[in-house]
Design a protein around this ligand. Structure first.
Ligand SMILES: [Zn+2]
Length: 400
């Protein structure tokens, strides 16, 4: 067998040999969900398990985030650095309804698989523990801290409901950019029956904001998504609410469109405060950019998926209407995410079904397979200079 094939087989064998340990980690994280920036158990467990692999150097915390880490494994000589991104945050009130427990597990699988061959490869593999994907923009803060400065390419896995595949041509694998807002309305409490004329109703301010944004819906591009929740609507029905708070998302096909709609949404927030004689405070969080996947990486990823026995059925076809902090990374360096089915029939995203399928036999089987495909793709990026230069060239020549 040629050395290349032998090394690829070694990656697969190493992951198979540690299957139980990898699945156990994913299951432990599934059963103990932690929301963004509070993933202390998950990030400690994953970092510790990777640290047990000889040759890995672990740095934790990372980039100013307690629950982020970098585990680096150098090869025999200089070469490119490829990062595997491991998420592990859960959804408030839902648990692992986005299957990030499996993404965490893929970090351990990749570490184990690639550790078995790095002594014969040039370059570096990094497993990056990236917190708070769900609304916390963890990767954006890590990027600002310089964590990705020396990274040549980034790769990850994500469940795709009943779909499996990586994107291979525009607009496959793209998604929406998103801006996150916290809104707080401040009024004046008063007795709701006895002297309401002394009150100014913060809840009314927030309600008018929601209905005001509904009037904007007709005048935005097709892909735009405007949605939010009220997190505080008052304390008692007999007290005029002096404080009300909510969270709001503005999603659109590009950063520019998000900025455009966001300006209008903020105007509506101010207007609803004016009409209710309240004040509004708007807190903006970092904008997550639309995803721009690297299709050369996606093509190789797909070939590796087929090689490990995954059945491709069109994951990441066309633009998807979610958003991710991986989008920002994809504007900096070649990036791709491979989707894998955790269910044989369609299931809703962010749901109890995802929580269940992320812990099913089928889900675990698929997750082990895609972890192998991802590790093989990292191997290819380190080993095949022609692939890496093609990947970089695509990044440099695409139009945005
Ligand atoms: Zn997710």
């Amino acid at each position: 067998m040629a050395l290349r094939e032998e090394l690829r087989q070694r990656i697969i064998d190493a992951i198979d040999a540690h299957r139980d340990e990898i699945v156990e980690l994913a299951e432990t994280i599934r059963q103990n969900p932690e929301i963004g920036y509070q993933e202390y158990m998950a990030s400690d467990l994953l970092a510790r398990k990777i640290d047990e692999q000889p040759g890995f150097e672990v740095e934790k915390p990372l980039g100013g985030l307690d629950t982020a880490f970098r585990a680096a494994r150098h090869g025999r000589g200089d070469g490119p650095t490829v990062a595997v991104l491991a998420e592990y945050d859960a959804l408030p009130g839902l648990g692992h309804g986005c299957g990030h427990n499996l993404i965490a597990g893929s970090g351990l699988a990749a570490a184990i698989g690639l550790n078995s061959v790095m002594d014969e490869l040039n370059g570096t593999v990094e497993i990056l523990g990236t917190p708070a994907e769900e609304g916390g923009a963890g990767k954006v803060f890590l990027a600002e801290a310089g964590v990705f400065d020396d990274v040549d390419a980034a790769i990850m896995i994500h469940h795709g409901g009943d779909k499996t595949g990586a994107p291979i041509a525009y607009p496959d694998g793209t998604c929406l950019a998103v801006a996150h807002l916290d809104l707080e309305y401040f009024g004046q409490t008063a007795h709701a029956g006895m002297d309401p004329y002394n009150g100014r109703n913060a809840l009314n301010g927030l309600i008018h904001f929601f209905s005001g944004v509904d009037s904007l819906r007709q005048h935005v591009h097709m892909e735009t998504r405007l949605h939010g929740i009220i997190t505080h609507g008052g304390d008692a029905a007999n007290v005029v609410p002096g404080y009300a708070a909510g969270k709001y998302y503005v999603r659109a096909a590009s950063r520019e469109q998000v900025e455009d709609v966001l300006a209008k949404v903020k105007q509506i927030a101010e207007a609803s405060a004016a009409m209710t004689m309240t004040e509004v405070k708007i807190t903006e969080h970092p904008v997550c950019f639309d995803m721009r996947p690297n299709y050369e990486m996606g093509t190789r990823y797909n070939a590796n998926m087929e090689e490990v026995g995954l059945q491709l059925n069109g994951g990441r076809e066309g633009r998807a209407y979610h958003s991710t902090d991986f989008g920002n990374i994809s504007h900096m360096l070649p990036s791709v995410s491979g989707m894998f089915a955790i269910s044989e029939t369609p299931i809703p995203g962010h749901s109890q079904e995802v929580v269940d399928c992320s812990g099913s036999e089928y889900g675990y089987d698929q997750f082990i397979k895609i972890s192998k495909a991802m590790a093989l793709t990292v191997f290819d990026l380190l080993d095949d200079q022609q692939l890496m230069s093609g990947v970089k060239q695509e990044m440099e020549t695409r139009d945005s």
